[in-house]
Design a protein around this ligand. Structure first.
Ligand code: 6R9
Length: 660
């Protein structure tokens, strides 16, 4: 960084003293929600307060009951109601005369662009819905979408929603094995994928990965292949594989009526990592999820139809589902979608897009903000970012320094920042400030949203005092919550409800498996996962999944995987490996281990370091001391290790990680 890049001294000093920030009067005056009374209104009128979320949608059939809690914790929302998600995201805006307004503005990594008005998007969705119907997809069949950030992904999602076929989107960066596991778990016979896509200028072959995955899928699969790269990559279609454009051409101008879905019918499945090796199929419903995505987009992201809103996430994760596709389109706004990475061809790529499209709301992850910070303020400075009015972050805790950098260099000290805590399972945001109400405290997400009953408790379930660390729990249900884990009610109960509920008293408490603390103003600071899940660049990875991939490598006897602090990624994967007799902890084995992990999960799970060790630190009762391994990876003080069964091994491992 040149001296020029450093923030002015007085500004740094002011930021250091000032622990709270207020939204500007200008922001507050135009905010969708600006009256603090909303917190009381929700509390006093719970659960009917959630009608406000449902009112943001158009219902084919009005619901009878807001919340049916007759079979806790299998809560049901807006029961008796019927609606269609694609009709809510498309048809109703066209019917209201807004068909010529832009729904999606897409830009490819190489600068190619495609844009869709609401009428155009509706037409594309109807045509692809007709294709799906022709291929034999029926209501309630799960369709797997293994697509990168190209317009056909939201089109396919909405086409599925239109005919009542739940989609299961598998992140394009996931491996062939991960695709097969998810298709088999969901019993999915239909796949939509593509030939390839661009990453940092290279054409990646995606079809090859999809085909490899299909070899391990049980049952017959019908596959539709989108042609993203034209002649760039040669690919041929196998049996039961069809070209997207050919099929759509046959359905030109097709009209497909949206089916009325019961509010509680499944809208989609999203697989996410948990404590055990098997990914969990999180089930979201049509009425509750969609109203919650729309409500939080309205209240927290302050989305209005005439905004140009950009959530720079990948649709392969829940953030993209709720806040690129369903929330913003339900509210009829213009959503920007970008195919590539933030540093290609240059590190100002995102700021160029903000300027070109006049983006006014921008939502990203702390890992990206830390990278922007490292690259320096000259990149955003080259662009006019004055269109921005609100910033957001999601996915992992944001440190105050990154928060302040974002506030100053991207928001020009004028945009409120919403630090939004939520999960795949919660469907939408749960803990964050409302941008038009009250102050922001860098590093703290804020109070729970109106109607959300979050508490911080100790291991016995008692609320902890201000400033004390504890476990985050949520007492009351909310419309966007997961309904169950697909085909696995037992695991649903076990993972989220057993810890703090009292079934005998019919008292149910949701446990998100995060640690947190609360201050005297009720602001919650998230401390991170308390289960065996690592958060790498805002992506959830299960240590067990990675361990089983490593143990599957020839020459490996045992492995322990933990998350260690990482400047850019937040956390990184550290693997401690015991080599089998007759093998050596060589570079060659290290390479094979890394390849094995990439094959089983994908490059995001790639270990930062593979440390060979003759033993793993264990307690006297034989349990691996993961906490200690985490401290080693993070470079923390190790404290007293003398109670271990094998204390000597700790120094040896620590020396290897430090590189001495
Ligand atoms: C939306 C999403 C969920 C986990 C969650 C927590 C972490 C998310 C956060 C945050 C601190 C925030 N997390 N948002 N931690 N501050 N604002 O990320 O879903 O991929 O399921 O991850 O991410 O640990 O439990 P998902």
């Amino acid at each position: 960084m040149s001296g020029d890049d450093d923030p002015p001294v007085e500004l740094e000093a002011r930021l250091a003293d000032q622990e709270t920030f207020e939204p500007s009067a200008e922001f507050v005056s135009q905010a969708n929600v600006s009256d603090p009374a909303i917190y009381d209104e929700f509390e006093q009128n719970w659960p009917e307060c959630w009608e406000r979320a449902a009112d943001l949608l158009s219902w084919d059939q009005e619901y009878d009951t807001v919340l049916d809690d007759g079979n806790k914790p299998f809560y049901e929302w807006f029961t008796g109601g019927e609606l269609n998600a694609s009709a809510n995201c498309l048809d109703r805006h066209v019917e209201e005369g807004r068909g010529d307004e832009l729904a999606i503005q897409w830009e490819g990594e190489l600068g190619d662009t495609r844009e869709f008005t609401y009428s155009e998007l509706l037409r594309e969705v109807e045509e692809f819905a007709a294709v799906l119907g022709d291929l034999g997809v029926r209501e309630d069949d799960v369709v797997t979408l293994y697509l990168p950030m190209i317009p056909e992904l939201p089109i396919a999602m909405l086409a599925c929603a239109r005919i009542g076929a739940p989609h299961s989107v598998v992140f394009a960066g996931f491996s062939a094995d991960a695709l097969a596991t998810r298709m088999n778990a969901a019993d999915s016979d239909h796949l939509v994928t593509c030939d390839g896509y661009y990453r940092r200028g290279d054409a990646l072959d995606h079809k090859e990965k999809a085909d490899e995955g299909l070899e391990s899928v049980t049952g017959d699969t019908t596959t539709v292949v989108v042609d993203r790269l034209g002649d760039e990559l040669d690919h041929s279609l196998g049996e039961d594989q069809y070209d997207y454009d050919d099929l759509v051409a046959e359905q030109e101008g097709a009209s497909v009526d949206p089916v009325s879905r019961d509010a509680e019918d499944m809208l989609f499945l999203m697989y996410t990592s948990g404590t055990t090796g098997e990914p969990k199929g999180v089930k979201h419903t049509t009425g509750g999820y969609l109203s919650y995505a729309a409500w939080t987009s309205h209240a927290v992201l302050d989305v209005e139809p005439d905004d140009t809103y950009w959530c720079a996430a990948d649709i392969g994760w829940i953030t993209g589902h709720s806040y690129i596709v369903y929330g913003p389109l339900a509210l009829g706004t213009t959503s920007v979608m970008y195919e590539g990475t933030p540093d290609y061809p240059e590190k100002d790529r995102l700021w160029e897009l903000v300027e070109d499209y006049g983006v006014d709301i921008f939502y990203t992850a702390p890992t990206a903000i830390r990278a922007f910070m490292k690259w320096g303020q000259d990149y955003p400075k080259e662009h006019d970012l004055s269109s921005l009015r609100l910033l957001g972050t999601v996915g992992e805790p944001i440190n105050p320094r990154a928060w302040k950098w974002y506030y100053t260099h991207i928001g020009g000290e004028e945009c409120p920042i919403v630090d939004t805590w939520w999960q795949t399972e919660t469907g939408g945001m749960m803990i964050t400030t409302l941008p038009g109400i009250g102050e922001m405290k860098p590093g703290s997400a804020g109070p729970p949203l109106p109607g959300i009953d979050a508490r911080i408790v100790d291991s016995g379930g008692e609320e902890v005092g201000a400033g004390d660390a504890g476990y985050l729990t949520v007492d009351n249900p909310w419309p966007g919550m997961l309904r169950t884990l697909y085909n696995n009610d037992e695991r649903f109960l076990e993972e989220y409800w057993r810890e703090y509920s009292d079934p005998d008293a019919d008292e149910w408490v949701y446990f998100p498996e995060d640690g947190a603390k609360i201050d005297s103003d009720g602001y919650i600071t998230i401390l991170g996962r308390v289960d065996d899940v690592i958060n790498v660049s805002g992506h959830r990875l299960g240590t067990m999944e990675i361990e089983s991939a490593i143990v599957g490598t020839e020459g490996v006897a045992e492995a322990a995987v933990v998350g260690g602090d990482h400047d850019l990624k937040g956390e990184a994967v550290y693997a401690y490996v015991i080599v089998e007799d007759g093998y050596e902890g060589s570079d060659e084995l290290r390479e094979r281990i890394i390849e094995g992990v990439e094959e089983a999960i994908g490059p995001i799970a790639r270990p930062e370091e593979v440390v060979f060790t003759p033993e793993l630190p264990k307690t006297r009762s034989g349990k691996i001391m993961r906490r200690l391994l985490e401290d080693i990876a993070s470079g923390n003080d190790l404290g007293d290790t003398s109670t271990l069964r094998n204390p000597d091994v700790v120094d040896d491992i620590a020396a290897q990680v430090r590189g001495d």
